[in-house]
Ligand binder design. Structure first.
Ligand code: GLA
Length: 728
């Protein structure tokens, strides 16, 4: 059983296959965190220590007992204002203006299956796959009630956390901060791993020791952002890819967020993840409730590689939905880097013909097909097909692309509006801006107020009119700026706008997915600016970065792989010199890198020589051969491309009989030192044959001694080796 309540000890114990999470209702009704780590059957309350610690106050109930302090004990859901001076998960502004909350246990329920959250994405699972624990807490002075949700998915070593807050009192209150998950550690030295970045350089890996102070990551941009991924890991100081205690916290939300790691005066560590509290001031009238998005937790003692595999499996099977969630995606050609805004219907059809010749399966028409949109200064919001530019109507264009044997996909950016658009001219108040102030422009566009249902409904209707013009098999949903000037003309409480905006986006996506269940939707935000588990609930893949340079992509995809599965990573082969960096990288290397993702092309095939086209044909054949191993296999990081001379990763089938090794040389020097790449995840005693050379190796040799990479002359060479277990 996944969830056990011990009535005598008043403990809740959550078991997954290889981890245990435990908490206890203590003598005053507080919910204390006891333990999260490898499987443990006993009661862990002996870990709590009680001392008289100066300047750490004592709850009134403790009477003269000065050894009991909220400031020192590990909390399950710490509140601001009750004597715990560390960063809080919950802060409430009461009707009387005070900011205090004192939550005590009232009751609990254990249920089969996994809870869901109205209007929000969340991990889903069948009754056989998951259990739910709901713990009801109350602040008796204000009658604020809180339900703490725990979802347990034993198979993948996943525990999810979320919170519902109910105003069961008479007065109005405001939520000032709501974090969905808190992890308190009473001892241990940890590193925190975060993934920072910028447009065209997302999810760079950073590993730093947790030191005294409070380290904060987050986004104030209304989206999860390029700047930090809403995801973090705590790992023991000496944890590696293959061993050591590691904890993941992955936020299932696409708006602003905050992640904190604090080391306190007693050397205890607290990690918090949840909604961004800046620009958040959420009113709850009597009887109203609020749901916080969920956080996925995972623990393993087997190092960072296994931790990522747990998350990959959970996101692929229990977050992504729809027809494509576990299917190999069509190999696509996107028109963006092929022609940017400069295309016609004819040129799109020609691109499709070239694509069909080399074996590509889908043509995607990117930005520029609607309204007045010959550059990025106008047209957003006017979702009517520019038939004059295309020289044909959309139905005809789709038919012609289909006639080449390809599927057809289209780009949209529903959340945005240009001032130079008919939509803005007729509804200026639909754009987010503050009356009396000039709004901040970004890419010369403004953000539509998706916290308003009428705005969402209108745009939804317009987009559906486009999608109904033919059989559209793919949609790329983009958002190309951060939100600023947060204000909604129909709202009294502006502290709700950013959260309600995200709910508006989710509502739109939910309806879209239901209406077009066979259509594959890819998320995008100037590349990977909204790359999060929340979006993956609606769009099973996300364009990973606007940077298609294969070398930079090795690092971007490396960082992304810590929290997200390969099937989520939109990745394409583009032209050289690369449009973002000017770098020259061979077609082979570009192919190897793009195969660590959904795989596709983003270039003008008409500009390619017949030799290059021949190579693309071979590349596509190779990809098809490996595609299910890449998507369904276990993913292993074999090097750190930020510090090692090569980027190396492998896909190993679940039965461990087949593996694909990928290596990209990042450095070249005179008199090169041999680079040995060590595999992971193979059966040590099995014999594996390299399909190309026919050479055989034991799994042990490949993992322990490694395999020497050739010392060829040339920059950024890539190698792919396909190992298959030899019979007998
Ligand atoms: C964003 C996307 C690109 C492309 C352009 C179109 O930057 O990330 O892939 O779609 O918008 O304007």
């Amino acid at each position: 059983m996944g969830i056990i309540y011990d009535q005598k000890k008043r403990t809740f114990t959550l078991h997954t296959a290889a981890s245990t999470y435990q908490m206890q209702i203590d003598r005053y009704g507080f919910l204390l965190h006891l333990y999260y780590g490898r499987t443990e059957k006993g009661c862990m309350d002996y870990l709590l220590t009680y001392r008289d610690r100066g300047f750490s106050g004592n709850p009134y109930d403790a009477g003269r007992d000065r050894t009991y302090s909220m400031d020192a004990l590990p909390q399950e859901f710490p509140c601001r204002g009750n004597g715990d001076y560390r960063s809080a998960a919950l802060a409430v502004l009461n009707e009387d203006g005070s900011e205090s909350c004192d939550l005590r246990y009232l009751s609990h329920e254990i249920k089969k299956g996994k809870y869901s959250l109205p209007g929000l994405p969340a991990v889903y699972a069948s009754e056989e796959e998951a259990e739910t624990l709901e713990i009801l807490m109350e602040d008796s002075a204000s009658s604020l009630r809180v339900i703490l949700y725990y979802g347990v998915l034993p198979e993948h070593d996943i525990i999810t956390r979320s919170v519902k807050i109910i105003n069961a009192g008479q007065g109005k209150m405001y939520l000032e901060k709501v974090q969905s998950a808190c992890l308190d550690f009473v001892s241990g030295e940890y590193d925190v791993l975060t993934f920072y970045g910028r447009h065209a350089m997302e999810r760079n890996f950073q590993r730093t020791p947790v030191v005294h102070g409070n380290m904060t990551i987050g986004s104030r941009r209304g989206t999860s952002s390029h700047q930090y991924s809403p995801f973090m890991i705590l790992a023991e100081r000496d944890a590696t890819e293959t061993c050591g205690d590691c904890y993941a916290m992955n936020f299932v939300y696409s708006g602003g967020f905050k992640g904190e790691v604090e080391k306190d005066q007693f050397h205890q560590i607290r990690a918090l993840l949840g909604l961004q509290d800046e620009l958040f001031h959420y009113p709850l009238e009597s009887g109203e409730c609020f749901y916080a998005p969920e956080v996925i937790l995972s623990y393993t003692e087997q190092g960072l590689g296994k931790l990522s595999q747990n998350l990959h499996a959970c996101i692929r099977r229990h977050v992504c939905r729809g027809k494509y969630k576990e299917a190999v995606r069509p190999i696509l050609l996107n028109s963006w880097e092929a022609s940017y805004f400069d295309f016609t219907g004819e040129s799109i059809c020609r691109l499709a013909e070239h694509a069909a010749e080399v074996g590509i399966e889908m043509l995607v028409m990117d930005d520029g097909w609607f309204g007045k949109r010959d550059d990025d200064n106008s047209g957003l919001g006017d979702w009517n097909v520019n038939e004059e530019k295309l020289g044909m109507n959309l139905g005809e264009l789709i038919r012609r692309v289909h006639n080449t044997g390809l599927k057809f996909g289209i780009w949209i950016e529903p959340e945005m509006v240009n001032e130079d658009s008919d939509l803005y001219r007729s509804h200026p108040d639909w754009a987010i801006s503050i009356p009396g102030r000039k709004p901040v422009r970004a890419r010369n566009q403004l953000v539509l107020d998706f916290s308003r249902r009428d705005v969402v409904d209108y745009i939804y209707g317009e987009i559906c009119k486009v999608l109904d013009q033919g059989k559209i098999e793919y949609i790329k949903w983009d958002i190309n700026r951060s939100i600023s000037d947060v204000y909604s003309s129909v709202k009294k409480d502006q502290g709700t706008v950013l959260y309600d905006y995200v709910l508006g986006v989710y509502d739109f996506l939910e309806r879209l997915g239901k209406r077009y269940p066979d259509t594959l939707i890819e998320g995008c935000s100037g590349g990977g600016g909204r790359f999060d588990a929340g979006m993956l609930y609606y769009t099973p893949q996300i364009w990973c970065s606007d940077n298609t340079d294969a070398l930079d992509r090795v690092r971007i995809q490396y960082g992304t792989s810590f929290g997200f599965p390969i099937s989520a990573v939109g990745s394409h082969v583009s032209a050289v010199p690369n449009h973002q960096t000017g770098r020259l990288v061979s077609l082979h290397t570009r192919g190897v890198v793009a195969m660590a993702g959904t795989f596709g092309y983003e270039l003008d095939l008409a500009q390619m020589t017949s030799k290059e086209k021949e190579e693309i044909r071979r590349q596509i054949k190779d990809y098809r051969r490996y595609a299910s191993l890449i998507q369904d296999g276990l993913y292993y990081r074999l090097s750190n491309p930020n510090t090692d001379p090569a980027g190396a990763w492998a896909f190993v089938s679940k039965d461990r009989r087949e593996a694909l090794l990928n290596v990209v040389m990042l450095e070249v020097h005179g008199n090169m030192i041999t680079n040995y790449v060590k595999m992971q995840g193979l059966k040590p005693n099995a014999v594996y044959r390299d399909e190309e050379s026919g050479r055989c190796y034991t799994g042990n040799a490949l993992m322990k001694a490694g395999i020497p990479m050739p010392a060829e002359l040339g920059e950024y060479l890539a190698y792919q080796m396909h190992f298959v277990e030899a019979e007998g």
